[in-house]
Design a protein around this ligand. Sequence first.
Ligand SMILES: [Zn+2]
Length: 333
Amino acid sequence: MSAPSMEDSSRMQGVSPVKGDLAAHAPVQPGIAVTDGSVELSEPESGIWRPVPLVWISVAWHLACLLALVWRPGDWPYWLGLLALNHLLLTVLVFLPRNRWLGRTLTRLPPDARGRRQVALTFDDGPDPVVTPQVLDLLDRHGARASFFCIGSRVRQHPELVREIVARGHTVENHGDAHSPIFALWGMARMRRDIAAMQQSLRDAGVPPARFFRPTAGFRNPLLDPVLARMGLQLAMWERRSFDTRDGNPARVLARLVRGLAAGDILLLHDGNSAVTTDGRPVVLEVLPQLLRRLQQAGLQPVHLREALAPQTSVHPDPDAQTLLARLAHQDP
Ligand SMILES: [Zn+2]
């Protein structure tokens, strides 16, 4: 007996496979914040920023150091040291992409999507004129959908490729305009300009603007959270990272993605800047067919982020999600 196809697998879970544009334009559930230790998902309304606790802690820390300086100016080296400690903590967090201390961070899908046995495929650094079309063919062959975190400058070079991504049922998200390695050193105005330039490139290419943002290498500073809130974008990181820009060994890259793989995982691969195998082939093209087969065998449905976060009806509703939806309905005026 042959293994069930992705669509069969979807039906077994009671989920209608969502096709193309329908899925791409399905609304993300607004105003939902779920925290169960592994998921933190929030879609703040555009323009409203709710500071995470670390912001208040840092403000209080600075004020306390200032008051201490006024109280005992002679001990200024101690107060300066305490201030430096706060900045050291913030600096360490810059290099931990999946941490939630610097702002709302999506690393796993919400319970509803887990109940539908979905995983989110995400590809960074494209579009690439050689690799991206082959990635699209592989995804088509397996009925899989993905989010492409594209770079603005590459969108302007290959707008037809971006339109092709969307036309084939995937979504394009924001990976910055310049893909600067020093993105995390920028202030708010520079970050906003860079992200907005990428959004404009998408509009110019004739595709819908992004709903999710992912900074270069996942590094970001505490100022990104208010910038994204203001622009109505949501930070999307990952649960499993392939390191396929540095490692050309397909077996190792695949192992990083499938070890402990579970429903709700967000997977990070690259269709741009891919490392190459010993015979010169982009490693992502070797890994992706095997990954898609493994997902199929595990009964997991690869989708893009918008589909995973859109409200859908499930035959086997997740009790946590139902409780949450009931609570939201009750709160609605
Ligand atoms: Zn990147």
